[in-house]
Ligand binder design. Structure first.
Ligand code: F6P
Length: 326
């Protein structure tokens, strides 16, 4: 028997549809390999407070189709401190947990990386965030579901926009990244997208919408990523209203409905693959790495890279938005 006999699993940061499928895969893969599993509740806060529950195969029955996370999640300031991480280490030791799978985003991996610089209990990450903004993986858990939720909502907005000849500024999630905005913009035939990755002249909305020999449209949809430096959908709408008082403008902020709901098939399958791969990585003596998907293959990416490097949007897709909205 190897040195890993019992593992812990936690979800951390913003929840994402498919996290439950990942938890299920971690638990069942661990049991398949003869390991015991502890669920750690409320993310890193549960490590610090020793909020652990044993998980058996039936604990993860009937969850693959559910949004949210059965383990709950949180953003934990205390884990950012050396004292917090020391408490976490002591609790893990006392519970005889030999390795931890962290399902979360780059903030969660930053904590995991620090912990692995200080302590010898290996942490392996599974990318879980609707934003899809983690370097080293083509995909993050929850992105596909969120994207489809946005597309359904924007299609509905298009009906009313068209009926009233209105311009809509629609705000989607993405604190630092425009993946949801870009992909939903293409999928819904939006006239323009505003994302943090595009700056300067390239984002001149007036030019994009009204310049040259553009067909005059009676209604327009503009998707704005919430993290845009010039403000969200309300700020952009305000600017436009002042310059074009004749245009009938409305704003919709999609908000947290993007984070909920039953995961799509893609999210369930990928979360299952990644959760399972994380356990295999721990058994393989890996530490301080994230399991990711590149070209549909499982890869291991050091936390140091996943956190520090920036995942850029595909610039060809920005051009595509312009071409297809003439
Ligand atoms: O990181 C995922 C995300 O959904 C971001 O897109 C968003 O900015 C943030 O979480 C909101 O988080 P919360 O509602 O937890 O403050």
């Amino acid at each position: 028997m190897g040195k890993i006999k019992k593992i812990g699993v936690l979800t951390s940061g913003g929840d994402a549809p498919g996290m439950n499928a990942a938890i299920r895969a971690v638990v069942r893969t661990a049991i398949y390999h003869g390991l015991e599993v502890m669920g750690i509740r409320q993310g890193y806060a549960g490590l610090i407070n020793a909020d652990f529950i044993p998980l058996v195969s039936s604990s993860v029955s009937d969850i693959i189709q559910r949004g949210g996370t059965i383990l709950k999640t949180a953003r934990c300031e205390e884990f950012r401190t050396p004292e917090g991480r020391q408490k976490a280490y002591e609790n893990l030791k006392a519970a005889q947990i030999d390795g931890v799978v962290v399902i979360g985003g780059d903030g969660s991996f930053t904590g995991a990386r620090l912990f692995n610089e200080e302590y010898d209990i290996p942490f392996v990450g599974v990318p879980g965030t609707i934003d899809n903004d983690i370097y080293g993986t083509d995909y993050t858990i929850g992105y596909d579901t969120a994207l489809n939720t946005v597309v359904q909502a924007v299609d509905k907005i298009r009906d009313t926009a068209s009926a009233h000849d209105r311009m809509f500024f629609i705000e989607v999630m993405g604190a630092e990244a425009g993946f949801i905005a870009l992909f939903s913009g293409i999928a819904t035939g939006a006239e323009a997208i505003i994302i943090p990755e595009v700056k300067g002249e390239e984002r001149d909305l007036k030019k994009i919408l009204f310049d040259g020999n553009k067909r005059k449209k009676s209604s327009n949809l503009i998707i704005v990523a919430e993290g845009d430096e010039e403000g969200g959908a309300f700020a952009w709408a305000e600017k436009f209203k002042n310059e074009y008082p004749d245009i009938n403008i409305r704003v919709t902020v999609l908000g947290h409905l993007q984070r909920g709901g039953s995961p799509t098939a893609i999210d369930r399958v990928n979360a299952s693959r990644l959760g399972s791969a994380a356990v295999e990585a721990l058994l393989d003596d890996q530490k301080s790495v994230m399991v990711g998907l590149q070209n549909d293959e499982i890869v291991l990416v050091p936390f140091s890279k996943a956190i520090k490097l920036h995942k850029d949007v595909n610039r060809d897709l920005l051009t595509l938005v312009r071409i297809l909205s003439i």
